[in-house]
Design a protein around this ligand. Sequence first.
Ligand code: 4AD
Ligand code: MG
Length: 436
Amino acid sequence: MTKTNWAKIDEILNGKKNGKTVSLRGWIYRTRSSGNIVFAIIRDSTGILQATIKKGNLPDKEFEDAKKALIESSLEVKGLVKEDKRAPGGYELQVTSANIINFAEPFPIVKDQSPEFLLDQRHLWIRSQYISSILKIRSTIVGAIHKFFRDRGYYEFDAPVLQPNQCEGGSTLFEVKYYENKTYLSQSWQLYAEAAVFALEKIYNMGPTFRAEKSKTSRHLSEFWMAEMEAAWMDLHDVTEVAKEEVKFILQEVLKHNKNELEILGQDIKKLEKISKSKFPTITYTEAIKILKEKEKMKVEWGKDLRTIEEDKLLKHFGTPVVVTNYPSEIMAFYKPSDPKDPKTALCFDMIAPEGYGEIVGGSQRSLDVKEMTKRLKEMGEKIDNYEWYFDLRRYGSIPHSGYGLGVERVVAWICGIDNIKDSIPFPRTLLRYKP
Ligand code: 4AD
Ligand code: MG
């Protein structure tokens, strides 16, 4: 038996197969027929292609089957590739053989359906050009993050998902029964990373992260992927620079590999190119408050965390992501140290994306002061025993170190220019949704 040489649609659209006979397999994306001709759009993982199936050009039974086949039926076709300006992508396939692999039932997704319906049908909606373009970009972003850190000598380091401690506050923990005890799903890789920098110095990780977020916003997921880094000897300034470089590298990789997908999503490629070459500014929280008060005439109080609306207004004054440092100590996680030069503020930072995408990175220098951290944890009602292992890190060769976490879905949403973070992950988990 000879092995079929299956072509992919992108090779055809590249013009490489013009005038040649090819075999192709995929799914029917759209179809309409009139009398003795069927116009089908076929899709595979690489694109969509118009196929013209004419009675007489293929065995009658195959023609009748092709005419009957509904959208999302899977099939194999063979035909001649012809340049045709009118066809989407500029090429069409003149079919000489069609073999339906599976006759699909009437597809539940038709035009103009509500976002909730599409989320119920996510297992099918994932095939759409919209979601699959986002997923391709997501894949590039995930690859870029690994490449960024590995090329710079970071080790990939894994932390447990089941953890006895909180990292980012008790109110968003998911509790898991653990035999006779209880643990929590990881809110962050950080505390374990802080143990590992004594062995590996520069480390990173990307993995599922869990937060029982009680809010229903377009920025929050209950399960999301965080890409974190932690490095010995680095201070706040050092890690903000790494974060800026990382985000620019991610953008450049997407621009290199996914122009096609960005176009399908209607994203402004020129704008992203400009951002990828720009310098990202760093300002302090206090400066941010000043901008909001003076330029936006907002009533904002020094001491409160920046809310979504404030972040959005602030970013109107910049064309790129912005790093904001030195938030008020009081509202920050227990491990963020006070800045000796301005003790009311912490040595921490957020990177905020433009156009309403909000905080994409959060990080800090790490406190080395066991007394201070104990006090903060006690105020939060934490059992100090659970943190003794963490305090040991300050007892045996303590060093300055810093790190941050980047929200993968926030970055995907921003780069793709999509309305809701739910579309940046294949199967979103939120306050109201854990299916399918
Ligand atoms: O700012 P966060 O909470 O920082 C930490 O967890 C640190 N322990 C990280 C570190 O220093 N290693 O979270 C980091 C980022 C945020 O900036 C945001 O982009 C994203 O994770 N993030 C979320 N993304 C989607 N849904 C949520 N519920 C998120 N919570 C945080
Ligand atoms: Mg944060």
